[in-house]
Design a protein around this ligand. Structure first.
Ligand code: GLA
Length: 376
């Protein structure tokens, strides 16, 4: 049984996100530059008069749970994105939820690093908030969605994805301070370049465990640095010159992680200025630097991503390229001269197929508004 779409009480459209620059620093109190995109998850919600909720994903299948019983983590990975949000809402608004059905249809490839997971979480949060008149603020919905990922999915993620998915604006990038959640909207103006995502179609299963390991390494680095420099509250705000004094004092890879975080935060602030001044070429050069750091210092890339970034360097029409999101697979984000886009995609797909015998998928994205109720 699925909801007849015309009978839905609420329809939600929830976007994926891109991130121009500022990777792996949201959980280090850094700055990031994401945007919501025009690829979305659509969700149809309907109240019902039993306690048995049914959530049905076109791609993943259906599951049920009793809204009046305590929720537990599911063995079926994707269900936890939904269950975690429902659990968070139950805690924020005890006793306010009742039975509902939810149908889900997604245009977002899973494991591509464009946050199909945050789209799902924030869509469920926004939808249930409206369906049951809970009056939770956007910031509360963002936090509930982020904590679903921590508590039910098991990834100790930062705030970037849920924030971008919820607060995104068409034609804008969000320059977000992940500590204060202050943000500035910046025009997403890259002419004559277009944003092209190249999906490696690989998703190495290290992603979640390695993510948490990186986060722990950063927390460790900060705790050591704070012993000498209590003035620093977040790793991203420690200047590179101070980090360098810990060469040999922090374990090798912890030192490398800290160095990347400090540089990436500085790079992001610099990058935001460059975009605002229309200096897209220099901005692109910073994207390459970010990739280098993610690959060599932070070690979250993989051979497929490195191959695509290297391949892009052959063409002057590509001004920047780097892996995007958590890493270990997913997409590269590329700034490509508009009239070269098709040729570039064709050449990259052929070279990638030859190298790995895997089909590459290109995704042309535009920025869009964050999660929206389209019918209520
Ligand atoms: C994932 C996480 C984000 C962020 C990125 C890396 O997408 O969910 O919080 O840390 O990785 O920048």
């Amino acid at each position: 049984m699925t909801i007849l779409h015309s009978e839905a009480d609420i329809i939600v459209k929830s976007p994926g996100r891109i991130n121009l620059i500022g990777e792996h620093i949201d959980y280090n109190g850094g700055h990031v530059l994401p945007a919501a995109i025009d690829r979305k998850v659509t969700m149809w919600f309907r109240k019902k008069d039993t306690n048995l909720c049914r959530v049905n994903s076109e791609d993943e299948g259906a599951f049920t749970f009793d809204i009046k019983q305590p929720l537990t983590i599911s063995d079926t990975h994707w269900e936890n994105y939904v269950l975690g949000v429902v659990d968070g809402i139950q805690k924020a608004r005890p006793g306010k939820l009742a039975g509902f059905d939810c149908d889900i249809s997604s245009e977002l490839p899973i494991g591509a690093g464009i946050s199909s997971s945050a789209a799902l979480e924030c869509g469920v949060a926004k939808g249930l908030n409206a369906l049951f008149d809970l009056e939770l603020s956007d910031l509360e919905l963002i936090e509930i969605s982020r904590m679903a990922e921590h508590n039910f999915v098991g990834t100790k993620c930062g705030v970037m994805d849920q924030f971008a998915v919820t607060m995104g604006k068409q034609n804008k990038l969000l320059l977000l301070n992940c500590e204060t959640l202050d943000y500035k909207l910046i025009d997403a103006e890259f002419a004559p370049y277009k944003i092209v995502l190249l999906n490696t179609n690989v998703s190495h299963n290290l992603a979640s465990s390695e993510y948490n390991t990186r986060r722990a390494a950063c927390e460790h680095a900060l705790s050591i640095i704070q012993k000498d420099h209590p003035e620093y509250k977040f790793l991203a705000e420690v200047p590179e010159s101070i980090i360098e004094t810990y060469n040999g004092k922090l374990e090798g890879n912890v030192y490398q992680r800290a160095l990347f975080v400090s540089r990436e935060n500085a790079r992001t602030l610099n990058a935001a200025n460059l975009i605002q001044n229309g200096n897209i070429k220099e901005f692109g050069a910073l994207m390459y630097q970010t990739h280098e750091g993610l690959s060599k210092n932070y070690e979250v890339s993989c051979v497929e991503l490195d191959f695509l970034v290297d391949f892009s360097k052959k063409f002057t029409q590509v001004v920047g390229s780097r892996m995007m999101g958590g890493g270990f697979g997913g997409c590269t984000i590329n700034l490509v001269e508009e009239r070269f886009v098709n040729e570039f995609i064709d050449m990259a797909a052929k070279a990638y197929k030859k190298q790995f015998d895997i089909d590459l998928t290109a995704i042309l994205v535009a920025t869009s508004n964050g999660v929206e109720i389209v019918k209520s």
